[in-house]
Design a protein around this ligand. Sequence first.
Ligand SMILES: [Zn+2]
Length: 70
Amino acid sequence: MKYTFRKLNELNDRVLLCPRCCETLYRTDIEHYTSCPYCALMLEMNDELEDFLLEPIVEGWAITEQRRMT
Ligand SMILES: [Zn+2]
């Protein structure tokens, strides 16, 4: 399954565009059910999708790391 992401400039974050209905999916929309809330497409977990879901955690670590350095 090929995923398309769109950058949210104002939030420095990304959203996923549903491969079937092209609705904008926020991380919170898909992290619990891994399906599109609009068309119920089951989203196949792959590296791209996993990276997308883990991004805030990774960024959180980076911020914690920076604070420890200063
Ligand atoms: Zn959909």
